[in-house]
Design a protein around this ligand. Structure first.
Ligand SMILES: *Cc1c(COP(=O)(O)O)cnc(C)c1O
Length: 302
């Protein structure tokens, strides 16, 4: 591994990402301006928060093998595999679900494998215990010395990487809203915003545990809670990767209104939640709300 291979500028991220107005009468009616922070445009293979979270972790890994975790459709696994291909470091993906082993790979995992990621399938109890010393030792004895990045890429370095998202929005908007999975993006975003601004997280998982996770991440990353943030837990639509016809209809309509391809597992739930909140009068007249567009829809498998 040469030093050159560690130069993340070789990935040529488009930063800062564009901030675009979206004229929408459901917001305008309440005197609220909606802006879209187009993090989905940062990189074709490492879109959105995945770039922001991985960049500091890859710098720290310095070309060593990266081992990380995800479900069968994980955006984080795909982004890690793509970074490995583009920068020339080895990657291992530990995938939830041993029933997937030996079967044809879905398009998401096929892309990981094509990018050179070694895939290792584990059963659900093992996956749940993935942070335990036993399971980690087992993995490291299989794959040798690796830098381990947690599920979804959310650790202290990732949260630190996401502060830049907040800094790019300083002075531009009152509320900045983001869809949350593992919470690393919200933790960093809130820390990076300026005085008078606040972050709003919309969890796409059920469970009500995310607030504690975000606090823990902030303590690890910044030594203390940082910035103003809150969660609205009403918009998970049944949980991770669950959608409803109503959500799809909302997203189709948003695409027609704004010419934005709306990713359905995170971004659609965020935009739906913000539209409901605007209707409830949650945002002061004259204020500006920014939705972070963290990803884009996958192209249909051909
Ligand atoms: C991973 C992901 C998120 C969630 O980010 P966390 O830091 O895990 O909360 C949001 N949107 C998209 C499109 C993602 O791929």
């Amino acid at each position: 591994m040469t030093d050159e291979a560690l130069d993340l500028s070789r990935l040529q991220p488009a930063l800062p990402s564009p901030l675009q107005p979206a004229e929408d009468e459901r917001f305008a009616r309440h005197g609220v301006t909606l802006l879209l922070k187009r993090d989905d445009l940062i990189h074709p293979d490492l879109p959105g928060n995945k770039w922001r979270k991985l960049a500091p972790n890859l710098r720290a890994a310095a070309g060593r093998t990266v081992l990380t975790f995800g479900g069968a459709y994980s955006n984080h696994l795909r982004a890690t595999a793509a970074a490995g291909r583009l920068l020339g470091f080895p990657t291992v993906g530990v995938v939830r679900g041993d029933e997937l082993a030996g079967r044809p790979l879905n398009p998401s995992l096929a892309r990981c494998a094509a990018d050179g990621m070694r895939l290792h399938f584990v059963d659900r109890p093992t996956y749940r215990a993935k942070a335990s010393p036993d399971v980690l030792d087992g993995l490291l004895s299989l794959f040798g010395e690796c830098v381990v990045i947690p599920e979804g890429g959310s650790n202290a370095l990732a949260a630190q990487g996401c502060t830049e998202l907040g800094r790019e929005l300083r002075g531009r908007t009152g509320t900045v809203a983001v869809a949350c999975g593992t919470g690393g993006t919200l933790a960093g975003l809130a820390a990076g915003l300026g005085a008078g601004q606040r972050a709003l997280g919309v969890p796409v998982l059920r469970g009500g545990f995310l607030g504690a996770t975000v606090e823990d991440l902030q303590r690890e990353a910044f030594g203390a809670p940082a910035g103003r943030w809150s969660l609205d837990e009403r918009f998970h639509f049944g949980g991770y990767a669950r959608t409803t016809p109503e959500l799809h209809a909302f997203a189709d309509d948003f695409e027609d209104r704004h010419g934005l391809a709306v990713e359905r597992l995170y971004v659609a739930k965020l935009l739906y939640g913000l539209t409901v909140l605007a209707g409830e009068g949650a945002f002061a007249p004259g204020s500006t709300v920014t939705a972070v567009v963290t990803g884009r829809p996958e192209p249909e498998p051909s």
